[in-house]
Design a protein around this ligand. Structure first.
Ligand SMILES: *Cc1c(COP(=O)(O)O)cnc(C)c1O
Length: 393
């Protein structure tokens, strides 16, 4: 079965739900059992890792349908949902590390993941070392006897470096470390992380999986080997995604293969246009042929999403950048991405980076290209450049 067919068919059970096409939302805490014998059987099934509905926090037919669908699309063994992408990142790390461990995290990692490492993990006695996202097999030199995790994010969601995941995974596995990857940009559709050596793949489902900017949801998918620890650790911590959010996640998945190609094509169109502008010093988008990460992106990814950045020429100061960004009409100013609508933010990697300082560059503007017509988006950006040049030519 091709992915498009899987997206439309997996996780459905009309016979079990009066013919309804979609599995309804189960708003449940208690699951009643007819007698103690059945209760015991259900408990036994749960201990054997069968997907039984025994308690709301553990999972319902809807939760399992969502998790199984995502896992199957990406090629993992099993998945577990989280109330947010941030919770999925921290939950996945916590399922592997123990006190006195050392972990390697890409310097391009999502800011709140970094915050988790620098605060909670530090307090638990886990040392985080950030590494150059372009290190590839060079992480060999950074591994220590107690290194248990190598955490990747490719491309980084502000600066868009593509990482050589298979090369890194090879070195990490020889050393006995697990490879965790924030695969939100690639989505389960366009980066098949498990065929590139990842042990646990993490998604902010809030982004393209939900796809409509109306829910917070995370999911972590594991190989068979990494699954028991991920499951047990997550259950012990007690995080659970809300049923309405899971419903929106599964609904979003149904149209992922239609939305993503459109986001990709539109983003490439806008990125190419930006490259031709004198105000822009570079465009950071791995699908562009002259991007430094292009060769690896082409080798490993099946597509690109609608998120990329561009750098303005250094001559534009803060006031000019604000003049450009603030009055864009079709680009909302705000965090997150992956919805149907276009967004803009100014990224500040120089404030975050430690392994590879981000210095001497112009303002970095991150765009999420939504489903609007690219002519309209380009006209909006062009008016922005006109304003920029009026205030600072
Ligand atoms: C948004 C995001 C997250 C966190 O997801 P939330 O659902 O907002 O908690 C994690 N990683 C990346 C790359 C993201 O863009």
């Amino acid at each position: 079965m091709k992915d498009e067919t899987k997206l439309a068919t997996l996780g459905r059970d009309p016979d079990g739900h009066h013919g309804a096409v979609n599995i309804p939302v189960y708003r449940a805490s208690t699951i009643l059992q007819p007698d103690l014998k059945t209760l015991k059987q259900v408990q036994g099934a749960r201990e054997r890792d069968e997907q039984v509905t025994s308690y709301g926090r553990i999972g319902t037919p809807l939760t399992y349908a969502f998790e199984n669908t995502v896992a199957e699309i990406e090629g993992g063994y099993r998945a577990i949902s989280f109330p947010s992408g941030a919770a999925a990142c921290s939950g996945a790390i916590l399922s592997v590390v123990k006190g006195d461990d050392h972990i390697l995290v890409t310097d391009s990692v999502y800011g709140p993941t970094r915050h988790f490492c620098d605060t909670v993990l530090k307090r638990l006695g886990v040392e985080t070392q950030y590494f150059d996202p372009l290190a590839g097999a060079g992480i060999r030199d950074l591994l220590r006897p107690n290194t248990s995790v190598v955490f990747l994010e490719s491309p980084g969601s502000l600066t868009f470096e593509i990482q050589d995941v298979p090369a890194i995974a090879d070195v990490a596995h020889k050393h006995g470390a697990k490879v965790l990857m924030d695969n939100t940009w690639g989505t389960p559709l366009w980066f098949k992380s498990f065929s590139h050596g990842v042990d646990i793949s993490i998604h902010a489902a809030t982004k393209y999986i939900v796809g409509h900017s109306d829910a917070m949801l995370g999911v972590a998918i594991a190989t068979k080997e990494s699954w028991p620890a991920l499951r047990d650790s997550t259950r012990a911590i007690g995080t659970a995604a809300g049923p309405d959010e899971v419903y929106l996640g599964l609904r979003g998945i149904r149209t992922l293969a239609v939305r993503l190609p459109r986001h990709m094509d539109s983003a490439i169109t806008v990125a190419e246009w930006l490259k031709g502008r004198a105000e822009v010093s570079r465009v950071l988008h791995p699908a562009l042929p002259d991007d430094p990460g292009h060769a690896i992106w082409k080798r490993d990814f099946l597509g690109a999403c609608g998120l990329f950045s561009f750098e303005l020429d250094k001559r534009y100061g803060e006031a000019a950048v604000a003049e450009f960004v603030d009055r864009l009409e079709l680009f909302g100013i705000g965090y997150s991405w992956g919805g149907f609508e276009s967004l803009v933010t100014v990224a500040l990697p120089h404030r975050i980076r430690t392994a590879q300082p981000w210095q001497g560059y112009g303002a970095l503007i991150r765009l999420h290209i939504g489903l609007e017509a690219t002519d309209d988006l380009i006209a909006d950006l062009k008016a922005g450049f006109d304003r920029l040049n009026r205030i600072q030519g």
